[in-house]
Design a binder for this molecule. Structure first.
Ligand code: SF4
Length: 364
């Protein structure tokens, strides 16, 4: 006997999965309704590393394996860097272009949805949970900009939002969706318990772009070099950062692990420094250093080495393929460090204008 060709296909959804509690719950709620879910996890140069267990994001693959859904990893690479540099809807409190980010992710998810013939998109967004992109008026605007109006189901807040196309078509039972809102996580935790989800990360505040110190470093980098190399972006995560001149900055490792990371990011032409024979940071110069920048970086390297109390310290200047030369310098004074350090400073509450400034003295 032939199988009937008009056999009803199970509805399929593409779900945006961060690995956090809400996006995982959104998927489980749909799986419980018999909907086939294909998850997509976006990676950027500014997110948490999902392969790092100490990171605020969790690797989504174990949850996928446990609950039986597929996950596709998709790196947004330069497309994401572009919206960080020029967000149509602006940055949030720091360098986070949350609205543009949601739009980009939905656009990419739509392409995947069309590719695999899925019916609609799913996110774990909760109304009012995040200030920038999860306000009621934002959802329709974001969906419109991404070209996915009516196609994005937000199961955790669906009952507070207008019915979407999959609900209208009866692909999803709206009655079995939720009306969560605000910043409390209690309803999600109760739902997780009822669905057997007992291992999830504590809430993450967002990607690295939401961190004031990281955002200050990135702002400085883009100001002096609008087209940074990937290694310069990776370096923003480690070390102490100093802007030596408009054409050169330096990064100084704070411990063995950071020293190793700096060496791993270095290219064959990069100038590196260390103080031989004692505990010493590895320092890297990026940009096009002048002689004065090299001397300054050597002095800062000496200051953070175990030889910092000596009047004169010998600093080795080298590239990955071998030593170049040595310099004799005085360790930098505290004043000098503060003068060149790229740092976020929060001003006191009564300050009338902006509450943060980027310190860049010594760059003219
Ligand atoms: S916090 Fe970062 S990853 Fe999250 S929406 Fe904002 S820009 Fe995108």
């Amino acid at each position: 006997m032939h199988e009937r060709s008009d056999k009803k296909k199970r509805p399929t959804a593409v779900a945006l999965l961060s690995g956090g509690l809400d996006s995982t719950l959104a998927i489980l709620v749909l799986l419980r309704q018999g909907i086939d879910v294909k998850a997509i996890t976006f990676l950027t140069h500014f997110g948490c590393d999902i392969s790092d267990s100490s990171s605020c994001s969790r690797n989504p693959l174990p949850a996928a394996e446990r609950f039986g859904f597929e996950v596709k990893l998709c790196h947004l690479a330069d497309k994401f860097l572009e919206i960080v540099k020029n967000p149509k809807f602006g940055h949030g409190k720091n360098m986070n272009p949350c609205i543009d980010c949601r739009i980009l992710m939905l656009k990419e998810a739509k392409t995947y949805m069309e590719l695999i013939g899925a019916d609609f998109l799913v996110t774990g967004e909760v109304l009012g949970q995040r200030p920038m992109s999860q306000r009621r008026e934002c959802f329709p605007m974001i969906d419109r900009e991404a070209g996915v109006e009516g196609l994005v189901l937000r199961p955790l807040s669906a009952k507070l939002l207008p019915p979407t196309i999959p609900e209208q078509k009866g692909l999803v039972d709206r009655e079995k969706l939720y009306a969560f809102k605000g910043r409390t996580r209690k309803p999600q935790m109760a739902l997780a318990e009822s669905l057997g989800l007992d291992d999830y990360p504590s809430p993450a505040g967002g990607c690295l772009l939401t961190e004031p110190t990281y955002a200050t470093r990135l702002r400085d980098l883009l100001e002096y070099n609008p087209d940074p190399e990937l290694k310069e972006i990776h370096l923003l995560r480690v070390g102490r950062h100093f802007r030596l001149s408009p054409q050169c900055k330096t990064v100084v490792g704070r411990n063995k692990e950071e020293n190793e990371k700096i060496l791993s990011f270095a290219g064959k032409d990069d100038i590196l420094m260390k103080v031989p024979g004692v505990g010493s940071p590895i320092t890297i110069l990026s940009g096009t250093p002048m002689e004065s920048d090299i001397l300054l970086a050597a002095s800062i390297t000496a200051r953070y080495s175990d030889a910092k109390r000596l009047r004169i310290v010998t600093v080795q200047v080298f590239r990955l393929d071998g030593q170049l030369y040595s310099l004799e310098v005085e360790p930098a004074s505290d004043d000098m460090l503060e003068r060149y350090r790229i740092q976020y400073i929060e001003k006191r509450k009564h300050t009338p204008s902006k509450d943060k400034i980027l310190i860049r003295q010594g760059t003219s």
